[in-house]
Design a binder for this molecule. Structure first.
Ligand code: GLA
Length: 696
């Protein structure tokens, strides 16, 4: 548990996390200024330190550069602006000062105001273990234009050097980890697409260049936002590095005024020791303890019909898949795209959310009943924010999509984006989703979003720009509403695979579809990048067919299972056609997954060896007295030496029994020397080792 204290004599706030401290103070100008973020410091040490954060002065600089808690634009502040405001009379420079603050348990609100204009800025801090959640709230009594409103500026200590870790990617190749020296100047990670994006993900980690998987100090910042976003690292020659970020679209202005406050999403910041592994485990713990709505649940093994049927969905076909899925041990059957309107391909029907009566003559009821009768939950694919121009919805409401007059409506995947900032559109979506879920007793929605924004206008609306924020907020509100009205409903977030994975969507969903690429080998890298911030508990992973739907690669079934079992296991192949030996193996591996599921989904994850083109990739999960090790070898080489995998997170004083071989191992030896996993011969070899602490 953390504690927040205000040291009145020193005008300093000290936020004490589980094993970190964050501190800020009021500077001479009565503006919140950064003091410290790092390993635990007592209040007296923080006070001493406050006098040591010396300004840099050479006549061409802001003496306090990089130390603003929210770097406001104006005056001699030349740092990357986190807050830019233009008042009605054209004045731009912000001059603000502290007014008051409140500490309520783990929440600190510092209330400030402009020195002249009726414009209020509240900086919020909430302690969550070692994560500090921060956000900004703006309010005004007269209209003001907010050009930039970041959630926070995070100042790092002055290090010898800095390095950035982040992910890049693209469709079917999301979350590819990158580690680069931090450039001097500004480095911007952003999405201008209205969605989180496949090309980047809203987090960054910073270390001094020496951290490894197991050692070193790592700082991280992650945004809880699923629309356009920006994270900027700024590195100056004076040695300072900050990370500033929040929502927003370049060139888009937020109007703040009477009755129109602006609250930013949360930016979460985390300091850890113990390398990138410890940083990731701390992020996972945060997501499980403070973000996911039902963290304690075990996610069911799901089946999804997409790769088996594509758009060729029929009741008979789905029933056949469901029967086979149930026999395999699947617990949740999800019917994907193609069940509604004229949706027989991606060219038509999106927006017409009535069941296709040619495909389901008696509606959805019989299939849902059949699936429930097989002892499985029933899930269904929806893409509420989208419309095909070839649809009854679009013909009736062509003005419901994002568009500008006199401009083309650019289609991607033959579809346009519905403007959820419009109350009529949001109400329409709530109406049909509520009926769909309620009337059919639907347990699970796969909520897709298959294209970014374009021509994002809202003709007739005085403040069109607000759609960039309000669309995302309306999607969140709708998910929250549906969950509240249907407490049993669970949601998987998807955006053409992993285009909408972030802390914002995880706060109202149960899992995310990690990537449309289900190739086990490619998945190792995608899952590796994903795991840097997001937990296995939310990582949906399917076993699909050979050759792979996306990459055409063929990989043994056991290897495909072992890769998918490192997250929330699903099956997505055409299982009706699987040969009997595959069915038998799948049944066994699903049973094995159910055994290790609490360890994978609720345990601590250790990345023992990262994916490499050669050698063994390995992961370990530990939960209570149980440990599970996954080892994968892509290519075997003659006479290659076997290297033991040094395990982590075990009790050195305990002994562990291998549940399959019965052999026992000393915890200390597994930690100090390691375990040689018994990988079968040949390429694409993989294994799962289950170790149970022996009770004495
Ligand atoms: C997206 C999803 C897929 C599938 C298709 C259906 O691409 O990521 O998993 O649902 O849409 O059209």
């Amino acid at each position: 548990m953390g504690e927040i204290r205000f040291l009145e004599d020193h005008r300093t706030w000290v936020l004490t996390g589980t094993s970190s401290t964050y501190a800020l103070r009021l500077d001479e100008d009565d503006v919140p200024a950064h003091v410290y973020w790092g390993p635990p410091l007592a209040a007296a040490d923080v006070v001493e330190l406050a006098g040591k954060t010396l300004p840099w002065w050479d006549g061409f600089n802001d003496p306090n550069e990089g130390l603003g808690e929210l770097a406001a634009d104006g005056g001699t502040r030349y740092w990357t602006p986190a807050l830019q405001v233009r008042f009605a009379d054209g004045t731009r420079a912000l001059e603000w000062r502290y007014e008051t603050h409140e500490i309520t348990g783990d929440h600190l609100a510092i209330r400030c105001t402009d020195r002249h204009y009726p414009f209020r800025i509240t900086l919020h801090y909430r302690l969550r273990g070692d994560v500090v959640e921060r956000w900004t709230e703006l309010a005004a009594d007269t209209e003001a234009e907010v050009i930039r409103a970041d959630s926070a500026t995070w100042a790092l200590p002055v290090f010898e050097d800095y390095r950035l870790s982040h992910v890049t990617g693209r469709w079917a190749a999301e979350t590819q980890l990158r580690r680069v020296p931090a450039p001097h100047g500004e480095t911007v990670f952003a999405s201008r697409r209205g969605i989180t994006g496949h090309h980047a993900n809203p987090w960054v980690m910073v270390d001094d260049g020496t951290a490894t998987e197991r050692h070193g100090e790592v700082y991280g910042v992650a945004l809880a936002w699923s629309g356009s976003w920006r994270l900027t690292t700024t590195r100056s020659s004076t040695g300072r590095l900050t990370v500033s970020g929040g929502f927003g679209q370049d060139g888009v202005v937020h109007r703040v005024g009477p009755g129109k406050p602006l609250t930013t999403p949360i930016a979460a910041g985390l300091y850890t020791r113990g390398g990138f592994g410890a940083a990731s485990r701390a992020w996972h713990a945060y997501v499980l303890d403070h973000v996911l709505p039902h963290p304690g649940e075990l996610r069911p093994v799901l089946y999804n019909s997409w790769e088996a049927t594509g758009f060729d969905v029929t009741e008979a076909g789905q029933r056949a898949l469901a029967e086979r899925a149930a026999a395999l041990g699947v617990e949740l059957f999800v019917m994907d795209d193609g069940w509604f309107g004229a949706r027989t391909g991606d060219h038509a029907g999106l927006g017409d959310w009535q069941v296709n009566r040619e495909r389901f003559p008696d509606g959805l009821g019989p299939l849902v009943e059949a699936v429930h009768g097989l002892g499985m939950k029933f899930g269904i694919w929806v893409e509420p924010e989208m419309v095909n121009p070839d649809s009854d919805l679009y013909r009736a409401h062509p003005d419901w999509v994002l568009h500008h007059p006199h401009r083309r409506r650019s289609e991607l995947r033959n579809q346009l984006v519905l403007n959820f900032a419009r109350p009529d559109v949001a109400a329409w979506a709530r109406g049909w989703l509520d009926r769909l879920v309620g009337e059919h007793g639907i347990d699970f929605l796969k909520w897709d979003m298959n294209r970014p924004f374009s021509e994002a206008g809202w003709p007739g609306e005085a403040d069109q720009d607000r759609l960039w924020v309000d669309h995302t907020r309306a999607v969140y509100a709708l998910m929250d509403r549906l969950r509240a009205d249907h407490p049993g409903l669970r949601i998987e977030a998807c955006s053409g695979g992993g285009g909408r994975i972030d802390l914002g969507v995880l706060a109202r969903t149960d899992q995310v579809w990690t990537s449309d690429n289900t190739d086990a080998l490619d998945r190792l890298r995608i899952q590796h990048g994903y795991s840097h911030v997001y937990p296995a508990r939310a990582m949906s992973a399917w076993v699909t067919d050979n050759p792979n739907f996306v990459t055409a690669r063929s990989v043994p079934l056991r290897f495909r299972f072992h890769v998918a079992m490192a997250g929330v296991l699903g099956v997505g192949g055409d299982i009706v056609r699987w040969p009997v030996e595959d069915v038998a193996l799948a049944r066994d591996l699903i049973a094995l997954y159910k055994d290790i599921r609490p360890v994978v989904q609720h345990g601590a994850q250790y990345r023992l060896r990262p994916p490499a083109d050669d050698g063994v990739t390995a992961l370990q999960y530990v939960h209570g007295g149980r440990a599970v090790v996954f080892a994968y070898r892509q290519a075997a080489h003659f006479n290659a030496p076997e290297r033991p995998l040094r395990l982590d997170g075990l009790d050195p004083a305990a002994r562990y029994r291998d549940a399959d071989t019965g052999r026992t191992h000393s915890g200390a030896v597994l930690l100090a020397h390691g375990l040689v996993p018994a990988l079968p011969a040949g390429d694409f070899a993989s294994t799962v080792v289950r170790l149970d602490r022996i009770k004495i």
